[in-house]
Design a protein around this ligand. Structure first.
Ligand code: ZN
Length: 223
């Protein structure tokens, strides 16, 4: 986590930082926490992690917990796979999902600590959320994800539409995030590993969804 852009944004908006919601222990997601906590005296919410890799935590959140952030309520979903401690935050009333490195627009996180069935199960938890929820993910990887997804599904109209939109946004140096979960369900091949049409594209007819997901993720790793 880079603290400078966060401090700049807070100052620009005239906001005071009250809470930091951490999703997992990777350095690019926790790196600035100590300085921000010292500067603002904010509360730090983080997943349970037995190895205590995340420091400066005030509240440990587990599956089903609801965290109050000002007037907002965040429901915690455990979404392991990328890391074992990964959690996502769902703001039901605000129709927003913060999925960090589990689900990206037109992609998903690498499976570092968990295994493929575990990651697929986590993606199913996120796919179960309503179509009109906005997806806020941890990285602007959409253009690279689109490039890969088109190698699997060049004729998916939802994907080609998203590809055009992403190319336009990036050409204007604009973010592709957030996206709509309903669009992701149609265009993101990693959310459709249980779709027989996807299995057929990979010549894996009849294979389990977890195996199709594993093949997709491994192809992306090599791409
Ligand atoms: Zn990560």
């Amino acid at each position: 986590m880079r603290r400078k852009p966060i401090i700049q944004a807070l100052e620009r908006e005239g906001w005071k930082l009250t809470d930091i919601l951490i999703t997992h222990h990777h350095h690019d997601h926790v790196g600035g926490v100590a300085e921000l906590k010292q500067k603002y005296g904010c509360r730090v919410v983080a997943p349970h992690d037995k190895t205590a890799k995340i420091a400066n935590v005030d509240l440990r959140a587990a599956h089903g917990d609801v965290v109050k952030v000002g007037e907002l309520l965040a429901r915690v979903l455990e979404t392991p796979g990328h890391t074992l401690d990964h959690i996502s935050y769902v703001f039901d009333s605000d129709k927003a999902l913060f999925a960090a490195d589990t689900l990206f627009s037109i992609g998903c996180g690498r499976v570092f600590e968990g295994n493929y069935p575990m990651m697929w199960d986590s993606l199913l938890k996120l796919r179960a959320l309503p179509d009109d929820f906005k997806l806020y993910c941890g990285h602007e990887y959409t253009a690279s994800n689109v490039k890969f997804a088109l190698t699997v599904e060049p004729d998916n109209p939802a994907l080609t539409a998203r590809a055009e939109e992403v190319a336009k946004l990036r050409a204007e140096n604009k973010p592709t995030i957030p996206s709509l979960l309903g669009e992701e369900k149609r265009a993101n091949v990693f959310l459709r590993a249980d779709d027989p049409a996807v299995a057929a594209k990979l010549r894996m007819k009849g294979a389990s969804a977890a195996d199709v997901f594993a093949e997709l993720r491994e192809r992306k790793n090599k791409s």
